[in-house]
Design a protein around this ligand. Structure first.
Ligand code: COA
Length: 200
């Protein structure tokens, strides 16, 4: 899925094994043992129609290719999201353009609406800004995807415009709201959150 990506600045990151923990979630590298779970979760048009490169139907072969690509891909860092040791989705940061790291995520439909999307995104964003010296993180959400827009806004992303992007599962292009999170906004939000915790 990601083989065509140009070599990017942060290739060293993807090689570093890493696990992130949040209040309810564990984010870890996907392995071949996760293939069935990934295929089961991803094989849903409601997910594919909001993600640019997820095919539909999504087969076990797609999941195998995804995990193998992730294992030696230098242009993305990908996490399987687990809740109570059960896979619920995937999140990643990809360097499709060398200077434009991009956040992406999807959850199995049964796991929507519980705040997991925001919780997982925040963990990956923190990891990104703590590990990398890049000044901005980018993301996009279809104009017809209020849930994802809400996730991004709750994480501090600011709207930066609209673009037309091709969606593999739609077989066509759709308008996408583009968002950007700067290191300074992320840092202010982190400081504000920790001062609120101290006061509480
Ligand atoms: C986007 C996605 C990850 C959101 O995950 P989630 O765990 O359901 O999101 P959250 O529970 O953290 O909800 C985020 C916010 O959006 C709101 N929201 C959820 N669904 C919504 C909808 N259909 N319309 C409007 N708001 C919605 C939630 O209420 C929440 O806001 P709140 O905390 O103020 O109540 C999930 O819907 C998904 O996987 N969608 C398909 C793939 C996709 O869109 N990926 C992103 C590509 S850009």
């Amino acid at each position: 899925m990601l083989q065509d990506y140009p070599i990017a600045t942060s290739t060293r990151r993807a090689a570093v094994p890493c696990t992130l923990e949040t209040e309810r979630l564990l984010l870890r590298r996907p392995t071949l043992a996760d293939v069935s779970a990934i295929a089961r979760l991803a094989n849903d048009r409601r997910i594919a129609e909001h993600t640019r490169r997820l095919p539909y139907p999504y087969s076990q072969d797609h999941a195998v290719a995804f995990v193998r690509t992730m294992a030696d891909d230098g242009q993305a860092i990908t996490f399987l999201i687990e809740h109570n040791y059960v896979p619920v989705g995937v999140t990643s940061i990809e360097w499709r353009e060398a200077c434009e790291p991009e956040l992406g995520y999807w959850l199995g439909v049964d796991h929507w609406g519980q705040g997991f999307g925001t919780e997982a995104a925040r963990a990956v964003i923190d990891h990104f800004f703590e590990q990398d010296d890049v000044g901005h993180l980018h993301a996009g959400a279809r104009v017809a995807n209020p849930a994802s827009r809400n996730v991004l806004e709750k994480c501090g992303f600011q709207w930066s415009g609209v673009e037309l992007h091709r969606f593999e599962a739609l077989g066509s292009s759709a308008p996408v709201d583009r968002f950007r999170l700067s290191r300074s906004v992320w840092s202010s939000l982190k400081n504000w959150a920790s001062s609120t915790r101290r006061e509480g």
